[in-house]
Design a protein around this ligand. Structure first.
Ligand code: SF4
Length: 439
């Protein structure tokens, strides 16, 4: 059973037993009330969530961070000087998308400048209420690829397993805002059904745990879930998508890394969007993961006015590499409702990419992709460096704009004869769309 430790509600109770504060785990409505009232009473006892006013032992406790998320204008006003636009956005947020910011992440905010990239990502603006006709609740078409509850099977050999519905921050650009921040976490039966589907579908080689943020599960419960997946013979790799290294790096503790390292090959993809987020604490958290043998990649979302400059992107990508994190994707913004003000024109994205490629170590250059609206999948939108191509020659334009001719080879048959020997008896890949299983 997935809930040997009695499901997410119980896991949270278990965490509360360990600590008087909420663990920040996904939970049902009852728990949310408990968490909320607990937070309120703590707020009375401790009016300031500023770094300077909080004891180190609490500040460095991830459960404390997640149990004291800032959710209101009053709380945020103690940390930054809120602009009128932010106040209007916060007032409207109940109708838009949940607000929640760890005290740690709030401490990175520039108190005086509303254009601070941390504030732009975390504090809603009233522009979120301006919904365009072409914007979508489900921009990636995930809801039409649900062969089992909590499972999205879109690509042939891999699935998303949505195991929680809460996050350590509610990003204003989130493309899954329809699913996260609610009060209805996946049930035990839904997670079991998801595991059953993965076990019964041999072409699934890779499972990406996401949500919500899977690192909000208690370590014991996450360990158990990873063990269940690892026991499925055809699951070759497991990935975890998490923003906790960015917004709550104290979550990456020794208990977590020793649990994770049991489940290799395991990969983590995190989500830094600005160099300001690469604090010593965040870098140390990433390094603890890498030291546990877990390759860490980063997915950046290109956000207008946040990181949409060559200077900002170069600083971020270089900072990631210094932190032993590989820049993986740079996403053009999705067409999710209420985020038009945060998207960049595609031609701007391509120009920004031109400012990275060739000017930095190639390891620091992520792939620029656009997720095709409606579920078409990721499409590279890297600008072409080819100016002419025929069977004799190719004219390329270098990153410096110089045109250079590349001669084509004379032989054109690229068949690999040994494939027939090496792969003899093995079935060819099943390249059907993931949803083929449910059609
Ligand atoms: S952490 Fe990820 S899933 Fe959660 S709100 Fe941010 S973008 Fe959305």
């Amino acid at each position: 059973m997935v809930t040997e430790d009695k499901g997410s509600n119980s896991a949270r109770s278990e965490a509360r037993t360990e600590s008087p504060q909420s663990e920040g785990m996904p939970g049902g409505r009852t728990e949310d009330k408990q968490s909320s009232s607990s937070r309120k009473s703590l707020a009375l006892a401790q009016p300031s969530l500023r770094r300077a006013d909080v004891a180190d032992a609490q500040w460095n406790d991830w459960r404390w961070q997640l149990g004291h998320m800032l959710t209101s204008a009053d709380e945020l006003a103690r940390v930054v000087s809120l602009s009128d636009e932010e106040r209007a956005g916060l007032a409207a947020s109940a109708e838009l998308f949940r607000v929640g910011i760890t005290p740690y992440y709030a401490s990175l905010m520039d108190p005086d400048h509303a254009s601070c990239p941390i504030r732009l990502q975390a504090i809603p603006r009233v522009a979120e209420a301006e919904i365009r006709a072409e914007e979508l609740r489900d921009p990636l078409g995930e809801d039409s690829h649900n062969p089992a509850p909590s499972v999205v099977h879109k690509y042939p050999d891999r699935v998303l397993f949505l195991v929680v519905d809460r996050c350590g921050i509610y990003c204003r650009h989130c493309n899954r805002r329809r699913l996260v921040g609610g009060d209805e976490p996946p049930t035990t039966a839904e997670l079991e059904a998801g595991l059953d589907y993965i076990a019964a579908t041999p072409r699934i080689r890779d499972v990406l745990l996401s949500g919500g943020d899977p690192l909000l599960l208690s370590t014991r419960r996450l360990d158990h879930l990873l063990g269940r997946l690892r026991a499925i013979p055809h699951v070759e790799t497991i990935r975890i998508g998490t923003r906790l290294p960015v917004v709550c790096p104290m979550r990456i503790d020794a208990e977590l890394t020793s649990a994770l390292r049991k489940h290799h090959p395991l990969f983590i993809n995190t989500h830094f969007n600005h160099d300001k987020e690469l604090t010593p604490e965040a870098r140390a958290g990433c390094e603890r993961l890498v030291d546990a043998g877990i390759p860490v990649g980063n997915q950046t979302v290109l956000l207008r006015g946040v990181n949409s400059s060559v200077r900002s992107l170069r600083a971020l990508m270089r900072g990631l590499l210094r932190s032993r994190v590989k820049p993986y994707y740079l996403f053009q913004g999705d067409t999710v409702i209420g985020t038009d003000h945060l998207r960049t024109p595609v031609e701007t994205a391509m120009e920004l990419y031109r400012g990275l490629r060739g000017f930095m170590n190639g390891m620091a250059v992520p792939m620029l992709v656009l997720d095709a609206p409606g579920g078409g999948g990721k499409v590279p939108i890297i600008p072409s460096y080819i100016e002419h191509l025929d069977e004799q020659r190719v004219i390329v334009k270098t990153y410096r704009g110089t045109r250079i001719e590349y001669p084509q080879p004379r032989e054109r048959d690229c068949t690999v004869p040994y494939d027939a020997v090496y792969f003899a008896g093995e079935p060819a890949d099943d390249d059907r769309e993931g949803s083929a299983e449910v059609l």
